[in-house]
Design a protein around this ligand. Structure first.
Ligand code: PXP
Length: 238
């Protein structure tokens, strides 16, 4: 069965808009678990635009499921992973100016560095995943470098429509099979929402989907009315 990893970065985005203490992603991780999340994902970015170091440490102490730490392959992040000891690390490319992660890792150019980098994590019993585009080349490099998992980038699938989307779906299916055949566990994510998730969830041997933005967006849609009612009732009761 395909499981669900809930990415809570966007909860932290709302907090950081005011640089205050609410909403606290740690508290919302608890709610995500109540709703059935199988793991909690956070991306600790170099610029700390949403998730903060404190969130990652507290999540590791408090969540009941698994912690998936998304990060760039930098020495700074390696030191943090060494201290936090998340269940999984997903390595992602990171550019300061991007709004969100734009593409998969370029494994070919960084093979030696990455092999050494993930060796450090594997020695600590942390499973390591590579966020890659659904391409044979990237799958083979992932295996060669020593990753345990790949996370296939579904951003393109999410953006396309009609026949183009169908073709991208076939690429994702083929990539899942290829990766499985060489012993990699396959996750997928980026841009998945309530309309497009089903076809990806039904890919054979799809292990876990990581979904963030659409879940947080829906939480606002289903929760805002109640929140306004509560505020209105406080004002009225004066
Ligand atoms: N997987 C990875 C590697 C990501 O970088 C992101 C975005 O932070 C996601 C999954 C979740 O994407 P979305 O927020 O579009 O669901």
């Amino acid at each position: 069965m395909t499981t669900l990893g809930v990415n809570i970065d966007h909860i932290a985005n709302v907090r950081q808009a005011r640089k205050t203490v609410e909403p606290d992603p740690v508290q919302f991780a608890f709610l995500a678990e109540l709703g059935g999340a199988d793991s909690i994902t956070v991306h600790l970015r170099e610029d700390r635009r949403h998730i903060q170091d404190r969130d990652v440490f507290l999540l590791k102490e408090t969540i009941k499921t698994k912690l998936n730490l998304e990060m760039a392959a930098t020495e700074e992040m390696l030191e943090i992973a060494r201290k936090v000891l998340p269940d999984y690390v997903t390595l992602v490319p990171e550019k300061r100016e991007e709004v969100t992660t734009e593409g998969g890792l370029n494994l070919k150019e960084n093979m030696k560095y990455l092999r050494n980098f993930i060796e450090n994590l594997k020695d600590l019993n942390i499973k390591v995943s590579a966020f890659i585009d659904p391409l044979s080349e990237q799958i083979n490099y992932s295996k060669e470098i020593g990753f345990d998992y790949v996370e296939l980038h579904t951003g393109k699938y999410a953006e396309l429509t009609g026949y183009d989307q169908y073709e991208e779906l076939q690429r994702l299916i083929e990539s899942t099979n290829e990766a499985n055949d060489i012993g990699l566990v396959v996750n997928a994510g980026h841009g998945l929402n309530f309309n497009n998730v089903k076809k990806i969830a039904s890919i054979n041997n799809m292990n876990e989907l990581n979904i963030g933005h659409s879940i947080v967006a829906r939480a606002l849609a289903v929760g805002l009315e109640k929140s306004v009612r509560e505020m209105k009732s406080l004002i009225k009761s004066n």
